[in-house]
Design a protein around this ligand. Structure first.
Ligand SMILES: Nc1ncnc2c1ncn2[C@@H]1O[C@H](COP(=O)(O)OP(=O)(O)OP(=O)(O)O)[C@@H](O)[C@H]1O
Ligand SMILES: [Mg+2]
Length: 273
């Protein structure tokens, strides 16, 4: 069995078997804002949570306790893997093809880390073809990564406090016609370096397009510390998954999140996610 097959098998055993949530089920009242304490970092808590109502953002709405538990397990694995002698705090989330659940995974993991781990977490929407983080969060930002890249805005203007733990978002800010050039530019490297080093113990999670059709994830994987790879059951073919992982062979593969699984666990009950 190849290394990749072993990685997939191992991740499949461990990874999420979260239950499906019927679409349109959730509508929640925003929680009370937390009280700000002194210091720059605690000002992150001093905003109302965004009015999120997407049922798949279980780390926010917590309506599906089982699903949230699975993200907590994922968070624990990520924390364990990223804490070494040197804190490896940045990683991209990608997949073989589109619609495998990259953005949902990135958001739920970012929220879980921000709420459960008391760390500052920065989620960057680096999908400059089909950005979606802002849509899932229910916001319409005027500036984001695109404007930081072309010099129209600086990072401080583009970062959005979510009010969800210490989660801050850098939205895409729009689409561009040349995303590979933009994301492989020195300016992008500087932005990632700036985000990584501003708070050394901050997690930086970068949502990207899929690997097989586009080059961005591969490009970005060389400027971050690792890759979290999402595989959605019944989506990409195994050969394509291997090819995509092959394209990322120079990157540090943290693991595979097996999404939307219909595996029957020992208890005999079906879980979906
Ligand atoms: N486990 C799941 N069960 C049911 N629906 C899911 C699951 N994961 C994701 N989805 C749904 O699949 C769609 C795609 O999810 P998402 O946007 O996270 O994928 P993506 O990989 O980021 O897509 P893209 O390649 O377009 O960026 C969304 O409608 C999302 O709600
Ligand atoms: Mg996406």
């Amino acid at each position: 069995m190849s290394r990749i097959e072993k990685a997939i098998e191992k991740a499949t055993e461990k990874a999420s078997k979260l239950r499906e949530i019927p679409a349109g089920q959730v509508s929640h009242a925003p929680a009370k804002p937390k009280v700000s304490r002194a210091g720059q970092r605690d000002r992150l808590l001093d905003v109302d949570p965004l009015p999120i109502d997407n049922p798949f953002l279980v780390a926010f709405n917590k309506d599906d306790v089982g699903a949230y538990e699975e993200y907590k397990k994922l968070k624990s694995l990520v924390v364990r893997m990223t804490r070494g002698d040197k804190f490896q705090n940045s990683f991209v989330v990608t997949s073989t093809v589109g619609s495998e659940g990259k953005s949902i995974t990135a958001l739920n993991l970012a929220m879980t880390l921000a709420q459960e781990y008391d760390h500052t977490v920065l989620l960057v929407d680096a999908d400059l073809r089909k950005p979606s983080v802002h849509k899932y969060l229910g916001i319409e930002p005027k500036v984001g990564l695109v404007q930081c890249l072309n010099g129209e805005a600086n990072l401080n203007d583009a970062l959005i406090k979510t009010g969800i733990g210490k989660l801050v978002v850098l939205p895409a800010g729009g689409v561009v016609s040349n995303p590979v050039e933009q994301l492989s530019s020195d300016r992008m490297k500087n932005i990632i370096t700036e985000l990584k080093t501003r708070y050394p113990d901050r997690y930086v999670i970068v949502d990207t397009p899929p690997v097989l059709p586009f080059a961005e994830a591969q490009v970005l994987s060389s400027v971050v510390d690792g890759v979290l790879f999402v595989v959605r059951e019944g989506s990409a073919k195994v050969g394509d998954v291997k090819e995509a992982l092959g394209n990322l062979k120079d990157a540090n593969l943290l693991g595979v999140v097996y999404n939307d699984s219909h595996i029957r666990p020992k208890g005999g009950k079906y879980y979906y996610y």
